[in-house]
Design a protein around this ligand. Structure first.
Ligand code: PGA
Length: 253
């Protein structure tokens, strides 16, 4: 049985004061039992990581970052390393989000390097894959996602795979209010699992946690999480509202 994960991706939102306010509300709304059913991760912007860490460190909520560089240190102005994320209390890092791919020219190749570096520093990568609307309309969504999974996981061993979470985030569903139907999402999750089975083993495919992301909210989350192959969600917009985010967490069955 795969334990679910609900991760909030705050993106470039909330200054320190607002981050503090949001995390305090989330903490107040959750109870111990929730964490038996699901792991909860919040991914604030870099500037709020320390503040949020100090508020959650005695709770079961875990900290994640939204990106990192694949080098340890050096002349990479504006970048943040895995070592830095570890030092601020991160356990997770989102890698290869479609917004990173679209606006910051991130590729499967750089995502692969980042995954390796994150693993070296015991950060759990949440690796995002997903097709664009154009690709879905042309019927090539499965091969696109297959390719992304294969490229991102190049030279990753089955032992390392245990630390990796995949997030299927169809680009057309992110921030648009158009969610993939539970069936559409589950089909892609099954596809990803079959790719992992081919690349690694049936055991690895069974163990892999695959999150769905793209306009998840408190109204559609229960149906999505009830699907056989959906192991939780990567939540953008709705994770900025404490009530929505906690209701999503409580909708885990
Ligand atoms: P959304 O974002 O929930 O606002 O669609 C999801 C994501 O980008 O991770």
């Amino acid at each position: 049985m795969r334990k679910k994960i609900i991760a909030g991706n705050w993106k470039m939102n909330l200054d320190i004061q607002l981050s503090e306010q949001l995390i305090k509300e989330i903490l107040k709304n959750l109870n111990k039992e929730v964490f038996l059913k699901t792991d909860v991760v919040v991914c604030p912007p870099f500037t709020s990581l320390l503040t949020v860490f100090n508020l959650i460190k005695d709770s079961d909520i875990k900290l994640g970052a939204q990106n990192m560089h694949y080098e340890n240190e050096g002349a990479f102005t504006g970048e943040v390393s895995a070592i830095m994320l570890k030092s601020v209390g991160c356990k997770y890092v989102i890698l290869g989000h479609s917004e990173r791919r679209q606006y910051f020219l991130e590729t499967d190749k750089t995502v692969n390097l980042k995954i390796k570096k994150a693993l070296e520093y015991s950060l759990n990568p949440i690796v995002c894959v997903g097709e664009t609307l154009e690709q879905r309309e042309s019927g090539i969504q499965e091969s696109i996602v297959e390719e992304q999974v294969k490229n991102c996981l190049k030279e990753i061993t089955s032992e390392q795979l245990k630390k990796i979470i995949i997030a299927y985030e169809p680009v057309w569903a992110i921030g648009t209010g158009h969610t993939a139907t539970p069936t559409q999402a589950n089909e892609m999750h099954k596809k990803i699992r079959s790719v992992i089975e081919d690349l690694y083993s049936t055991e690895c495919a069974k163990e892999l946690k695959i999150l769905y992301g793209g306009s998840v909210n408190e109204k559609n989350s229960a149906d999505l999480f009830a699907q056989s192959d959906i192991d939780g969600g990567l939540i953008g917009g709705a994770s900025l509202r404490s009530k929505s985010f906690t209701e999503i967490i409580f909708s885990v069955v």
